[in-house]
Design a protein around this ligand. Structure first.
Ligand SMILES: C[S@@+](CC[C@H](N)C(=O)[O-])C[C@H]1O[C@@H](n2cnc3c(N)ncnc32)[C@H](O)[C@@H]1O
Length: 192
């Protein structure tokens, strides 16, 4: 299944730079970074966005590739692997309207905090790939991570908080947060 459905959709098989504007003409383009099992991607795709779903997690990318293939969708592409090099050098600059990072791994131990995906370095990559009025949407149910995001944003020379009213995707992590009665924190960042 992995060999059949993922490669035709994986942008890694295209030459660089990958021009998402040509792949998704006339659509708003969203990168779902760390897409997990793909519920947010599925929702965005059903709304007509062009979505690039990225994750290192094979079952999630396979699930996305399966529903895209079954429904014959032309507005989703995937990348199975580390998303950082994709933002760093694979995507054409300035081609993404929104970067979404939904329920990133919290890495709660202080000595692991540097593994958190939301860091100033991610904002620098967002600055490269986003359109001039592009935004970064971040959602977490981890209070400590929410404080971390607020601090990274407060110190950012590139982005600032535009809104805390991010719409929360009905992913597995959203259900888990609801079950545990965790507060969900949303951040939409725009360029300064
Ligand atoms: C806690 S899960 C959240 C999944 C999904 N966004 C959701 O809300 O259900 C975080 C996901 O980020 C992925 N991830 C973390 N770092 C990544 C990276 N550098 N590149 C691609 N995926 C990454 C993990 O594999 C994992 O699937």
């Amino acid at each position: 299944m992995l060999e059949n459905v993922v490669p035709p959709l994986d942008i890694a098989h295209l030459g660089t730079p990958v021009k998402l504007r040509e792949i998704f003409p006339n659509r708003k383009i969203i990168v779902d970074f760390g897409a997990g099992m793909g519920h947010h991607t599925e929702d965005l795709a059903s709304q007509g966005f062009g979505v690039l779903a990225i994750d290192v997690h094979t079952p999630g990318i396979c699930r996305i590739a399966e529903f895209v293939t079954e429904k014959n969708l032309d507005n989703v592409r995937v990348h199975l692997g580390d998303g950082i090099p994709i933002l760093e050098s694979v995507l054409e600059a300035g081609c993404v309207d929104e970067l979404h990072v939904m329920f990133p791994d919290p890495w709660p131990k202080a000595r692991h905090n540097k593994r958190r995906v939301i860091q100033h370095s991610l904002f620098e990559l967002a600055d490269r790939i986003l359109t001039s009025d592009g935004t970064i949407t971040m959602v977490t149910d981890d209070d400590d991570y929410a404080e971390h995001i607020a601090a990274v944003l407060a110190e950012s020379p590139l982005f600032e908080l535009a809104s805390s009213e991010a719409s929360i995707p009905a992913t597995r992590y959203k259900r888990r947060a609801d079950h545990m009665k965790n507060s969900i924190h949303g951040f939409i960042a725009q360029r300064k």
